[in-house]
Design a protein around this ligand. Structure first.
Ligand code: ZN
Length: 233
């Protein structure tokens, strides 16, 4: 299971960390809160610009993402649960059937009216061509990225599949996650309770360090390839 920490070496700052220009916008939370998004075309316009400015659009997977692809190809990775919406596991080549994106993916777009699927790049191209708030071409409905916004529920199917994977895991590795956000935190505990060896790779302490068989504090881009080599041996 991975969190924001695996993507910082790809140039994507942890949104909980200090600094980002969008965090200084007092309205930032509105841009990613479903009720405001549905109610206000201006919030939608700014939300698309927020996605446009995301460093994830140009980011490349790093050594840690690539090592997890190797682990999968060696037949040792059952499911890859991620809290990230940056799509970097898929870009690295992880099997989409095995990747469970708890908070969705920012590169997909969904019509809230008819369910039609399109892409972020298509929406941004329409904005570049002069539309302020591109609506669904099929039904006129509101479009939004396939990320889970504040006020929306996570996919119950994704959570159920992640929980099943945690229950059957022999080894559960938590990488770059503070294990303070649900359901990620409960998945680590569930795996440990069901007999998994819990390995935590994170620069900062987590509430589950005491439960872990192993805690690794080294930089993720070095620690994960080393760990993967060990798990494949
Ligand atoms: Zn539609």
């Amino acid at each position: 299971m991975t969190g924001a920490g695996i993507s910082t070496e790809s140039g994507i700052p942890d949104y909980r960390g200090p600094g980002g220009v969008w965090r200084r916008d007092p309205d930032h939370e509105k841009l990613v809160t479903i009720d405001y998004y549905l109610a206000d075309p201006d919030i939608r316009r700014r939300s698309w610009e927020y996605r446009r400015a995301s460093p994830a659009r140009d980011a490349e997977p790093n050594a840690a993402h690539r090592a997890l692809v190797e682990l999968e190809r060696a037949g040792r990775l059952d499911r890859l649960i991620t809290q990230n919406v940056d799509g970097l596991h898929l870009k690295a080549g992880s099997d989409p059937e095995r990747v469970l994106e708890l908070h969705g993916n920012m590169f997909g777009v969904l019509c809230l009216g008819c369910g039609a699927r399109s892409s972020l790049e298509e929406a941004l191209a329409r904005i570049d061509a002069g539309e302020q708030d591109p609506a669904c071409l099929a039904c006129g409905g509101i479009l939004k990225t396939t990320t889970v916004m504040f006020g929306e529920n996570l996919s119950q199917d994704v959570i159920a599949e992640a929980a099943e994977a945690a229950e059957r895991a022999e080894v559960f590795v938590a990488v770059g996650t503070s294990l303070q956000v649900m359901p990620a935190a409960s998945l680590a505990a569930l795996a440990e309770r069901n007999g998994a060896r819990l390995i935590i790779v994170n620069a900062e302490p987590t509430p589950y360090d005491e439960l872990a068989a192993e805690v690794i504090r080294d930089p993720i881009g070095e620690a994960v390839p080393r760990l993967v080599a060990r798990l494949m041996a």
